[in-house]
Each structure stands twice: as structure tokens, then as C-alpha cells.
Ligand binder design. Sequence first.
Ligand code: ZN
Length: 248
Amino acid sequence: MQLKCGQCGAPFRAADLHLDRGIAVCSACGSVQRLPGPITSVTPNASEATAKQKPQGDVPVPERFTVEDNGQELIVRQRWFQWGLFFLLFFAIAWDSFLVGWYSMFAGGGGPPGVFGIVFFVFPIAHVAVGVGLTYFVLAGFLNSTVVRVADGMLSVRHGPLPWRGNLDLATDGIEQIYCQNKLHSSRDDNGHTSTSMRYEVHAVVAGQQRKLLGGLQAADHALFVEQTLEKFLNIEDRAVPGEMTPD
Ligand SMILES: [Zn+2]
């Protein structure tokens, strides 16, 4: 038996299959799917794979997620908080303290005169912008949640309480399919080094158009959990979409 991508129909390569986690990441279209269990025919190291193969069915609720489902209303909530935020918090405090110190010197009349005074004032403006952005990011990380709510024929996505982009409203009767996609996320540090990590997104197909529901998820399991929970509540069959999907 050959395993094929449910999204674009391309046969999975060995490198696409992550048997230990029970998922496949299609190298042709980038979609992330749960493998039908149990798999025996495509196992480079079968003993490991079969030992860890998870049974198909309900996905356990991942850490930081909660689900409320009373049959009429579904609420999937993901807290943003992670322990790594403390590192960023201390960094933000150090960064902001330096800038406050810098400008309080200036406010006290301690800055150099003339053109140097202007340079003294203007030079750290970019650092102030970074400080504001970083502080907001850290606060949002501590306070915010993402809430996906399905009720009364509408699916809504809200990030809050601190405003964040990515809010969305969709009529549920237009949703044809929900699927997961991986996306290479690159970030650049102060030294200009670019590092990449894999992020996961949940998309819906509405009238043949792709709409991103959630992005930036750190684990394939998180995206697949949201997909499966929504599909179950909305009674959408997990079927292939005709036509090729390419990552944007
Ligand atoms: Zn594919």
C-alpha cells in the first residue's frame, strides 16, 4: 500500500512520514496530516514505529488548550503563555531600563549640547520602537489567549484581551474543508543570523478559497487537534480537496 497526501494526492516520501508522532508532512504541498493507523508497509525502523504508533481517533487535548462543547457551542481556547516568556520578560526589562536611564539623563539637562544633543536624543529612537514592540509582545504572551468559537452558524477567531491581528468571522455553512499546513518561519537576531523553525497553520476552504484560521502554532499536533475538533463539531468529513494546494 502506498500512502498519498490527502490534500494534493502526491505519494508521501519516506522523509515526509513522522511515524513516531503519527503524522505526515507532505513535501509537495506542505499540508500536515494525521496518518491512518497502524502502518506496517513503510517503516524504515518498524519496531520503533509500531511501538509508538498512536491509535487513530480522538486527539488528546494538548497542553495550553481547553475545549468546551455543549453541542450548541464549541469553544477552543489556547493560552499564549509559555515559560520561555520569562527570558523575554527579563530582556525587555533590561532593555527598557537602559532607555529610561538614557532619557532621564537627557531630561535632567545632562545631555551634550548642540548637534550632539540631537544625536543623543534621536539615536535610540529605533531602540525605543523595539522596546515598545518587545514589551507589547511579552505582555500579550502573558495575558492573551486565542479563542475559536463556533455557534449560531458562525466561526470566529479572537486574539485578546490585548489587540492582535488575525481576528476572523466565517459563516460555517460555507466551510467545505479544514486542513493543516506547515510553514517555514524565519527570524533574524541582532547579529543578523537567520534561524528557521517550522510553524503550523489551520486553514479553511470557503467557496474554493483558502482562509487562514490560525497561524504560528508550534506543533503539528496543535494544528491537527484544532482541525479535528472543528471538523467533528461541524460534521465535516476529512476529505481531499480537488486541485493542487501550494503553500503561500
Ligand atoms: Zn500534498
